[in-house]
Design a protein around this ligand. Structure first.
Ligand code: CMP
Length: 140
Protein backbone atom coordinates (compact mmCIF):
# COMPACT_ATOMS: atom_id res chain seq x y z
CA UNK A 1 0.00 0.00 0.00
CA UNK A 2 1.29 3.48 -0.84
CA UNK A 3 1.93 5.75 2.14
CA UNK A 4 -0.92 8.11 2.88
CA UNK A 5 -0.80 11.72 4.09
CA UNK A 6 -3.01 13.56 6.56
CA UNK A 7 -3.19 17.10 7.96
CA UNK A 8 -2.69 17.51 11.69
CA UNK A 9 -2.97 20.60 13.89
CA UNK A 10 -1.62 20.95 17.42
CA UNK A 11 -4.11 23.46 18.82
CA UNK A 12 -3.62 26.58 21.01
CA UNK A 13 -4.49 24.81 24.29
CA UNK A 14 -1.60 22.39 23.67
CA UNK A 15 0.99 24.92 22.42
CA UNK A 16 0.16 27.12 25.45
CA UNK A 17 0.99 24.22 27.79
CA UNK A 18 4.23 23.44 25.88
CA UNK A 19 2.95 20.02 24.74
CA UNK A 20 4.10 20.24 21.10
CA UNK A 21 7.03 17.83 21.48
CA UNK A 22 5.04 15.37 23.58
CA UNK A 23 2.29 15.23 20.94
CA UNK A 24 4.74 14.95 18.02
CA UNK A 25 6.41 12.08 19.83
CA UNK A 26 3.06 10.22 20.01
CA UNK A 27 2.72 10.56 16.23
CA UNK A 28 6.25 9.32 15.62
CA UNK A 29 5.89 6.39 18.01
CA UNK A 30 2.77 5.36 16.05
CA UNK A 31 4.86 5.21 12.86
CA UNK A 32 3.74 8.55 11.44
CA UNK A 33 6.42 10.75 9.87
CA UNK A 34 6.34 14.58 9.96
CA UNK A 35 6.97 15.48 6.29
CA UNK A 36 6.03 19.19 6.63
CA UNK A 37 5.45 21.50 9.56
CA UNK A 38 4.77 25.16 10.43
CA UNK A 39 3.87 27.22 13.50
CA UNK A 40 1.29 29.96 12.84
CA UNK A 41 -1.02 32.35 14.60
CA UNK A 42 -4.17 31.86 12.51
CA UNK A 43 -6.10 34.96 11.46
CA UNK A 44 -9.86 34.95 11.95
CA UNK A 45 -10.52 34.62 8.17
CA UNK A 46 -8.07 31.69 7.98
CA UNK A 47 -9.73 29.86 10.88
CA UNK A 48 -13.21 30.57 9.44
CA UNK A 49 -12.16 29.28 6.03
CA UNK A 50 -10.48 26.16 7.43
CA UNK A 51 -13.59 25.24 9.47
CA UNK A 52 -16.10 26.48 6.83
CA UNK A 53 -17.96 23.14 6.89
CA UNK A 54 -18.91 23.87 10.52
CA UNK A 55 -20.15 27.44 9.79
CA UNK A 56 -23.78 26.60 10.71
CA UNK A 57 -22.92 24.68 13.89
CA UNK A 58 -23.61 26.30 17.28
CA UNK A 59 -19.96 25.87 18.31
CA UNK A 60 -18.53 27.70 15.24
CA UNK A 61 -17.97 31.14 16.82
CA UNK A 62 -16.35 29.62 19.91
CA UNK A 63 -14.19 27.37 17.75
CA UNK A 64 -12.89 30.32 15.69
CA UNK A 65 -12.17 32.32 18.86
CA UNK A 66 -10.31 29.37 20.34
CA UNK A 67 -8.31 28.55 17.19
CA UNK A 68 -7.12 32.18 16.94
CA UNK A 69 -6.31 32.48 20.67
CA UNK A 70 -2.69 31.34 20.34
CA UNK A 71 -0.22 29.66 18.00
CA UNK A 72 -0.94 26.35 16.31
CA UNK A 73 1.64 23.90 14.96
CA UNK A 74 0.44 22.34 11.72
CA UNK A 75 1.98 19.25 10.17
CA UNK A 76 1.57 16.84 7.31
CA UNK A 77 1.88 13.30 8.66
CA UNK A 78 2.79 10.44 6.35
CA UNK A 79 2.59 6.68 6.79
CA UNK A 80 0.63 3.50 6.02
CA UNK A 81 -3.02 4.29 6.73
CA UNK A 82 -1.98 7.68 8.10
CA UNK A 83 -5.51 9.10 8.27
CA UNK A 84 -6.99 6.36 10.45
CA UNK A 85 -3.77 5.85 12.41
CA UNK A 86 -3.72 9.54 13.32
CA UNK A 87 -7.38 9.41 14.35
CA UNK A 88 -6.64 6.43 16.60
CA UNK A 89 -3.74 8.24 18.27
CA UNK A 90 -5.88 11.39 18.74
CA UNK A 91 -8.93 9.65 20.22
CA UNK A 92 -12.56 10.84 20.07
CA UNK A 93 -13.36 14.55 19.63
CA UNK A 94 -14.83 14.67 23.14
CA UNK A 95 -11.99 13.86 25.57
CA UNK A 96 -14.49 12.29 27.97
CA UNK A 97 -15.26 9.71 25.27
CA UNK A 98 -11.65 9.25 24.12
CA UNK A 99 -9.93 5.93 24.86
CA UNK A 100 -7.21 5.77 27.55
CA UNK A 101 -3.74 6.53 26.20
CA UNK A 102 -4.99 8.77 23.38
CA UNK A 103 -3.81 12.38 22.99
CA UNK A 104 -7.23 13.87 23.67
CA UNK A 105 -7.87 11.68 26.73
CA UNK A 106 -4.47 12.58 28.15
CA UNK A 107 -4.21 16.27 27.22
CA UNK A 108 -7.48 17.83 26.00
CA UNK A 109 -9.14 20.39 28.27
CA UNK A 110 -12.67 19.95 26.84
CA UNK A 111 -14.52 19.19 23.56
CA UNK A 112 -13.48 22.55 22.08
CA UNK A 113 -9.94 22.86 23.45
CA UNK A 114 -9.20 19.28 22.42
CA UNK A 115 -5.46 19.68 21.69
CA UNK A 116 -5.35 18.28 18.14
CA UNK A 117 -7.15 18.22 14.80
CA UNK A 118 -6.76 15.48 12.18
CA UNK A 119 -8.32 15.09 8.73
CA UNK A 120 -11.32 12.73 8.71
CA UNK A 121 -10.91 11.14 5.26
CA UNK A 122 -8.84 11.12 2.05
CA UNK A 123 -10.69 13.99 0.33
CA UNK A 124 -10.57 16.22 3.42
CA UNK A 125 -6.90 15.33 3.95
CA UNK A 126 -5.98 16.43 0.40
CA UNK A 127 -8.02 19.63 0.74
CA UNK A 128 -6.65 20.50 4.21
CA UNK A 129 -3.03 19.82 3.19
CA UNK A 130 -3.49 22.13 0.17
CA UNK A 131 -5.01 24.78 2.47
CA UNK A 132 -1.79 25.11 4.50
CA UNK A 133 1.10 23.75 2.40
CA UNK A 134 2.43 24.05 -1.14
CA UNK A 135 3.89 20.93 -2.81
CA UNK A 136 7.38 22.44 -2.41
CA UNK A 137 7.01 22.56 1.40
CA UNK A 138 6.41 18.80 1.73
CA UNK A 139 9.43 16.49 1.67
CA UNK A 140 8.78 12.80 2.27
P1 CMP B 1 -11.82 19.21 15.24
O1 CMP B 1 -11.48 17.78 15.02
O2 CMP B 1 -10.76 20.21 14.96
O3 CMP B 1 -13.11 19.58 14.35
C1 CMP B 1 -14.04 20.57 14.72
C2 CMP B 1 -13.77 21.16 16.07
O4 CMP B 1 -14.84 21.87 16.66
C3 CMP B 1 -13.49 20.04 17.05
O5 CMP B 1 -12.27 19.41 16.77
C4 CMP B 1 -13.55 20.82 18.37
O6 CMP B 1 -12.35 21.52 18.63
C5 CMP B 1 -14.63 21.87 18.08
N1 CMP B 1 -15.89 21.60 18.77
C6 CMP B 1 -16.41 22.37 19.76
N2 CMP B 1 -17.58 21.88 20.17
C7 CMP B 1 -17.84 20.79 19.45
C8 CMP B 1 -18.92 19.85 19.43
N3 CMP B 1 -19.98 19.96 20.23
N4 CMP B 1 -18.85 18.82 18.54
C9 CMP B 1 -17.78 18.71 17.71
N5 CMP B 1 -16.74 19.58 17.68
C10 CMP B 1 -16.76 20.60 18.56
Amino acid sequence: MAPERTLSIIKPDATRRNLTGEILSRFEKAGLRVVAQKRLLLSRPQAEAFYAVHRQRPFFAGLVNFMTSGPVVIQVLEGEGAISKNREVMGATDPQKAAPGTIRRDFAENIEANSVHGSDGPDTAAEEIRFFFSTMEITG
